[in-house]
Ligand binder design. Structure first.
Ligand SMILES: O=c1ccn([C@@H]2O[C@H](COP(=O)(O)O)[C@@H](O)[C@H]2O)c(=O)[nH]1
Length: 240
């Protein structure tokens, strides 16, 4: 099976990104490019990573009126990356138009459109008391996943803790992409709904996104290999 661990390249510049990949010999691993790097370097960063054989998840989390998202997605489609995303809270019309934009601007590659349900930095308490969204994160994330599924998305971004329920609601082939992964549970940082790679595998995640547990590790190469080893252990021990 293909490597499901996307390394979050949350660096300020291409220069620092390249230095990190070169130093720790992480050439060719799947990567996630987010707002920090993309807003600095623009589309050329995608070409540079492609030249280095990385699968790319472009994490720009579009959230606007349907027409604006469709037109933006038409341009993003030309970048020919593997995964792109929107916020599910933009609603069903926005998700449908995002898919339309992706198809209109696409180069024939099967770019997956996924929708962020509830950010992994949000707790039940923040959702209920600050945002005044009623229900548990689990309930709302699975509702938003179902909405995304019915609107033509290929999957969602959620935490490991919602994966099982989302698979039950949307079916096994609906992708669950899970950030909030920690190799050491004590390093939560700004994340609230975290899990280990082993738990992610047991709960049925398809793709893991890992940033700081690898980039800030003493030995990032070893940390990446540890994540892969845990993931594979989850499979070998028949836990899935
Ligand atoms: O709900 C979400 C959606 C996206 N992310 C992104 O994933 C990485 C996680 O980084 P860590 O350092 O492993 O916490 C980061 O780029 C986020 O923008 C997310 O964490 N949660």
């Amino acid at each position: 099976m293909t490597n499901p661990i996307y390394l979050a390249l949350d660096f300020p510049t291409w220069c620092e990104t390249k230095q990190f990949i070169d130093t720790y010999d992480l050439h060719g691993v799947p990567v996630k490019v987010g707002m920090e790097l993309f807003y600095r370097e623009g589309p050329k960063v995608i070409d540079k990573l492609k030249a280095n054989n990385h699968s790319i998840f472009l994490d720009l989390k579009l959230h606007d009126i349907p027409n604006t998202v469709m037109r933006a997605m038409r341009n993003i489609a030309a970048l020919d990356v593997d995964i792109v995303n929107v916020h599910a809270l933009g609603g069903s019309e926005m998700i449908k138009w995002a898919k339309e934009g992706l198809l209109l601007g696409g180069t024939g590659k099967d770019t997956k459109l996924i929708a962020v349900t509830i950010l992994t930095s949000i707790s039940d308490q923040t959702m209920n008391e600050e945002l005044r969204l009623n229900g548990s994160v689990n309930e709302i994330a699975s509702h938003l996943a179902n909405l995304s599924y019915e609107s033509g998305a290929d999957g969602v971004v959620c935490s490991v803790h919602e994966t099982k329920r989302i698979k039950q609601v949307c079916g096994p082939s609906f992708l669950t992409v899970t950030p909030g992964i920690r190799l050491n549970q004590s390093d939560k940082n700004d994340q609230r709904r975290i899990a280990t790679p082993l738990e992610a595998r047991k709960q049925g995640s398809d793709i893991l996104v890992i940033g700081r547990s690898i980039t800030k590790a003493e030995n990032p190469k070893k940390a990446y290999e540890q994540a892969l080893e845990e993931w594979n252990r989850g499979y070998e021990s028949g836990n899935c």
